[in-house]
Structure formats: structure tokens, C-alpha cells
Design a protein around this ligand. Structure first.
Ligand SMILES: [Zn+2]
Length: 416
């Protein structure tokens, strides 16, 4: 089966996860296991005999090393089965535009632009131009496509089929894992590293061909509670402590340009995610992000210092700040294994593509896994514009990623 045939099959499964499901419900939606079951069957049919799915919807399988590479460290390849919660992934009606000509794409609706027509335009998405001449897979505009991350699954299993057929092709032992619930941030929670049994790995969950990501934010949440004292407004002089006003003061003491709307690249930020309250009590919730551990710690300290100075002004206990770290930059855990980056870059270059490493302005499964003891950068899938109706991927991108994966396992075998 080709990588495209696989992909078009997987996206017929609705595997949307559900952030509102109780944490005890694993996976968050049982329909994810329908795809899981199909993947196990497929893995067994290509000769991965130990393929199985756990009760919790995690699919595992192992490919033995090529002769002579048995003692090489086991390499894990991971993808997630669920699709984003931003838009439905049910009844995806994908269409392949052969030899895409680089113009605006009408996903659905009347031919003449009118309010009911849905277009992916070059003006809005200049990256379309990169796909001129390729065969582009798009949606009908009513759902997402699901390339995030079913393209990753299709690419990994196309590699797997190749390796099972050509056991002599040099490769280390390979461990495959397909997870549910990545889009709701729960997939790393229940990965069984003993079953995975790998020394390091890659999530195949990135974007444009050539991407290799190994830096993400350090992240924390801060809950700020401001306790006021209420009084009759007519007789409040010297008594009233308006918590809502102190909340405004708190916010204005933060650097005003260090917000998501003013930052990019490796610039961190404070994001006021919510604010609610009255004169009696006001709560603010912040997300704190920075790639640099030093600046990350400094940002947290800034919040504490502001609280301290406001407490001096308005009385002890007026402002309370609770900070909890959410995740850390995986680079700290990747650095001890520089070959994870250098071999990936080499594998990409061997396919004739220039490697690109942009710091992720968020977190990934790989960053959680890296801190759980499985160093795990993120490799490209070729998918673009995920989480929405404009999501697309080209046939050629998926084919190139399969080649990158082949080169990569070969490089790992040669290194061993
Ligand atoms: Zn993804």
C-alpha cells in the first residue's frame, strides 16, 4: 500500500478527542480505538507480530533490527491517532488536486466567490505557492483533514512495511507507538515506556518537509488572588480595598510588550488568560512561557515581586500568587544526545531538502516524553495548516517523509 492510500484510509475514521471527558476516561473518546484496532490489524498483516492495543487505546509494535544491528539502541517512532478539538474530523471528504497550479483553491460552494463558497487563498496562505506542481490533498471545507497526525501514522507504517519486506535494509530495532488524546494534552500520561522499550525516539508530528523541532517553551501557570475589603461607597474612605482595581494595577506592572500578541521566535511572554472578580475578590490566571530557563524563572520571580510590592502597599495577604510549572523545554534532555538532531538533519539533507529548526512556541508530546526519560525530538510529516478546514498535505511531501525515515533508520544502523 502507498503512503497516500494509507493516509486516505485513516482519515475516514473520526478520532476527535474530547477535553471535557473525565481524566479517568482513557481514551477520552472510544472511537479512537476503532482506528487503533485497524492499525493493529494492518501492522500484523505486514508482519509486525507483536502489534497490539492496550485497554487505554495505545497501539504498540516492534520491528526487529536488521542482521548485525541487533545490539543497536532501539529507536521509537510515535504519532497520535486523535484529531484536534478545534473542528470536526468526521466525514472528511478529501480531494486530491493533481498537479496543483498554485492558484486559490475552492474547497466547496459555488464557483463564483460568494458568502457560501469556502476558499483557501494564496493571499491568506502564501505557503500554497510551495506546492505548485504537486498533488495536493485538501478537504471540502467543512472538516479538518486529519494530516495532524494521520500523515505521521501513514509515513511510519509505510516505512514499517518496507523494513518488514527488506529486513536486510540496515536499521536498529524499532518500536512503534500510536497514541490517543495528544490534542488534549493527555497522550504522554499513559505511554508505557517498558512496552516501548526504546532508548530514544521521534514523534512524527511536525509540519513542512524538512522540519526538525527540539526546542519548546518552558511553561507555567500562575493563579493570582487579590483579596479586597468592601465598604459602603459613600463611607468607604480609608476602609475600602477594591480588589478589581488592585488587579488592574497588578497587570499594568507587567512589561506591556511581553504578551503573545507582541512576541515571536524565542521571545517569551505573560498571557493574561482570564480575569474575574468584584471589589471584594479578583482572580487572574496567567500563562508564563519562555524558551530560556533563566528568563522563565525571572518571569515567575517578576510576578512574585509585584505581589510583594502590592502587599507592602495594601497590606500583607492582599495579593496571593500560586505558580505551578506545566512543562519544560526539551532541549535540556535532547542535548546529551546530539546525534538525534545531527542524524535527522543528515537524513533530511539526503532527500534533497534543507533542514529547518524553529523553536516550538508551545509544548509537544515529545517534550513530556523527553522528561519521562525518552529523548524525543519532533520530525516533519509534511502536513500544513492543521486544526482547521484549510489543512492540507501533498502526496509528494508524504513520500519524501517516508524517504527521510528510511535514511534516518539507516543512519542509526550505521552509527551502531
Ligand atoms: Zn499533532
Amino acid at each position: 500500500m502507498t503512503v497516500t492510500e494509507r493516509f486516505l484510509n485513516y482519515i475516514t475514521y473520526d478520532t476527535q478527542s474530547d477535553a471535557s471527558a473525565p481524566r479517568s476516561q482513557i481514551p477520552s473518546t472510544s472511537k479512537q480505538k476503532d482506528l487503533g484496532k485497524a492499525l493493529v490489524k494492518e501492522m500484523q498483516s505486514i508482519g509486525i507480530q507483536d502489534a497490539f492495543m492496550t485497554e487505554t487505546g495505545y497501539v504498540y509494535g516492534h520491528i526487529p533490527a536488521s542482521p548485525g544491528c541487533e545490539s543497536a539502541p532501539c529507536l521509537a517512532l510515535l504519532s497520535h491517532m486523535d484529531t484536534a478539538t478545534d473542528m470536526s474530523g468526521a466525514n472528511v471528504k478529501a480531494r486530491i488536486i493533481k498537479h496543483y497550479d498554485g492558484s486559490d483553491i475552492r474547497l466547496s460552494g459555488p464557483d463564483i466567490p460568494d458568502p457560501s463558497a469556502i476558499y483557501t487563498t494564496v493571499e491568506q496562505f502564501p505557503l500554497l505557492k510551495n506546492y505548485t506542481g504537486q498533488d495536493l490533498i485538501v478537504t471540502d471545507g467543512t472538516t479538518l483533514l486529519g494530516a495532524d497526525n494521520k500523515a505521521g501514522i501513514a509515513e511510519i507504517l509505510t516505512l514499517a512495511e518496507f523494513l518488514m519486506k527488506c529486513m536486510d535494509f540496515p536499521h536498529p530495532p524499532i518500536s512503534i507507538c500510536f497514541t490517543p488524546d495528544e490534542e488534549i494534552g493527555r497522550s504522554a500520561d499513559h505511554i508505557d515506556l517498558d512496552i516501548l522499550h526504546a532508548s530514544y525516539g521521534y514523534t512524527v508530528d511536525g509540519g513542512a518537509v524538512g522540519d526538525i523541532q527540539y526546542e519548546n517553551f518552558n511553561a507555567a501557570s500562575a493563579f493570582v488572588t487579590i483579596h479586597g475589603i468592601t465598604a459602603h461607597t459613600g463611607y468607604a474612605k480609608g476602609i475600602l480595598k477594591n480588589s478589581a482595581l488592585i488587579a488592574v494595577e497588578f497587570q499594568t506592572m507587567l512589561p506591556c510588550k511581553e504578551t503573545p500578541a507582541f512576541t515571536e521566535g524565542r521571545e517569551g511572554f505573560y498571557h493574561l488568560n482570564s480575569i474575574s472578580g468584584s471589589s471584594e475578590k479578583t482572580t487572574l490566571e496567567y500563562l508564563i512561557r519562555d524558551h530560556s530557563m533563566e528568563l522563565f524563572q525571572a518571569k515567575k520571580q517578576t510576578l512574585l515581586s509585584i505581589a510583594e510590592s502590592l502587599n507592602q502597599k495594601y497590606g500583607a495577604g492582599t495579593v496571593d500568587v500560586q505558580i505551578s510549572d506545566t512543562y519544560y523545554n526539551m532541549i535540556e534532555k535532547i542535548m546529551p544526545y546530539p546525534e538525534l538532531i545531527s542524524l535527522a538533519e543528515q537524513a533530511i539533507i539526503q532527500t534533497g531538502v534543507q533542514p529547518v529548526s524553529e523553536p516550538i512556541r508551545g509544548g509537544t508530546d515529545g517534550c513530556r516524553l523527553s522528561y519521562m526519560g525518552l529523548p524525543c525530538p519532533n520530525l516533519c510529516t509534511g502536513g500544513q495548516l492543521g486544526h482547521g478546514r484549510h489543512e492540507l498535505i501533498s502526496v509528494q511531501s508524504m513520500e519524501t517523509v517516508v524517504e527521510i525515515l528510511k535514511n534516518l533508520v539507516k543512519l542509526f544502523a550505521e552509527k551502531a
